[in-house]
Design a protein around this ligand. Structure first.
Ligand code: PEP
Ligand code: MN
Length: 360
């Protein structure tokens, strides 16, 4: 597959003057819930109403979705509000049912994208469809696997495509439920600038308080849209309660988000520099996270040294670290002088941390 302008025809056809917004609950729960949320979103910027009908749960026993019954509720939501509808399909049977109920856009979940066999089955079931198919990133940060899934649809003559960035799972629990690893999506965007790229901040965050800032970062990186889980009573949602926001909050967010994208020749420079600056911001943020992590380990070492009466400064170990870092720095085109300065500062901060622990 190569980049083609046509990849974004389906999105351009909406004629929006703002990024695409897909909103709605994690799961369809009851007919009243679906209709209530759809009506609350009716006059918002959201063009597409989402709801999960079949829910892939990491552990069995959690709410696994209402099944085909919910598709009727979505049809009704569409009739009553005029919004388009989207849901996740994870096998050929889901595809058949979703098409039968006139779902407008289909998405492939993160746990499906990891499996080329299942993706191929779904692509075969959708062969030649005009319906847009949005492919979520696989749970692991593997760009080739993500692109491979997109290509399976493209090859099955599904040409209305897009991707959804929903973050990547990590063993270690961080600030995020799923680590954004922005660079993976930015690399994909650089290779396929016309393939619509949508952020799902809800599944990256896992909590509602950072949905806004994640959405703003995406817009600063020129993403084409947002998919945000929205529920009239988020705390009582049957799945993903902590990360859902109310339709009212969603409307507020869409008013407050800054759209930096401008048009015209001079604007091209501005768009590019904004994108690059946002990439720098992302990396700076990661640097601070990593430094914080390093100091936490240094604290543990300080405690151990205290318990065993060992002195803070271990010169031999320090010289080993420095030697290794200078060599690694060379591979990345970083001067010895720079590495020395950076690591001296890091080392000093570690010593300060450890001394604090030992003297307490
Ligand atoms: C969802 O969108 O509700 C969902 C299950 O997403 P993901 O596949 O990203 O986990
Ligand atoms: Mn969810």
């Amino acid at each position: 597959m190569e980049n083609k302008k046509e990849l974004r025809n389906w999105l351009d056809a909406f004629g929006l003057d703002h990024p695409l917004v897909i909103a709605g609950p994690c799961s369809a729960e009851t007919e009243e819930q679906v209709l209530k949320i759809a009506h609350q979103l009716k006059d918002s910027d959201a063009t597409v109403f989402r709801a999960g009908i079949w829910k892939p749960r990491t552990r069995p026993g959690n709410f696994e979705g209402v099944g085909a019954l919910g598709l009727k509720w979505m049809q009704r939501a569409k009739e009553e509000t005029g919004m388009l509808t989207t849901t996740e399909v994870a096998n050929a049977n889901h595809v058949e049912l979703a098409l039968k109920h006139d779902i407008d856009i289909l998405w492939i979940g993160a746990r499906t994208t990891v499996s080329p066999f299942i993706v191929q089955d779904i692509a075969d079931a959708l062969k030649g469809t005009d319906k847009p198919v949005l492919i979520k990133n696989p749970v692991n940060p593997d760009l080739a696997l993500w692109l491979g899934a997109v290509e399976r649809f493209y090859t099955a003559d599904v040409k209305n495509l897009g991707v959804i960035h929903r973050g990547f799972s990590t063993y270690e629990k961080t600030r995020y439920r799923n680590n954004p690893e922005w660079q993976v999506a930015v690399d994909l965007q650089n290779r396929f600038p016309d393939l619509p790229l949508i952020l799902d901040p809800s599944h990256i965050a896992g909590r509602r308080d950072i949905i806004f800032e994640l959405s703003q970062t995406a817009l600063d990186l020129n993403y084409d849209g947002l998919m945000i889980e929205t529920h009239h009573n988020p705390d009582k949602a049957w799945s993903d309660a902590a990360q859902q926001i109310t339709p009212e909050t969603l409307i507020k967010y869409t008013e407050d988000l800054r759209i930096r994208k401008e048009v015209g020749e001079a604007a091209e420079f501005k768009n590019k520099i904004n994108t690059l600056r946002t990439q720098i911001d992302v990396v700076d943020h990661q640097l601070i996270e990593m430094l914080g992590k390093r100091m936490n380990i240094a604290d543990d070492i300080g405690q151990l040294k205290k318990d065993h009466n060992v002195s803070v400064l271990q010169s031999k170990r320090w010289n080993e670290i420095l030697g290794k870092m200078i060599l690694q720095g060379e591979e990345k085109n970083l001067s010895e002088e720079f590495i020395l300065r950076v690591f001296k500062a890091i080392h000093q901060e570690s010593i300060n941390h450890q001394e604090k622990i030992i003297n307490n």
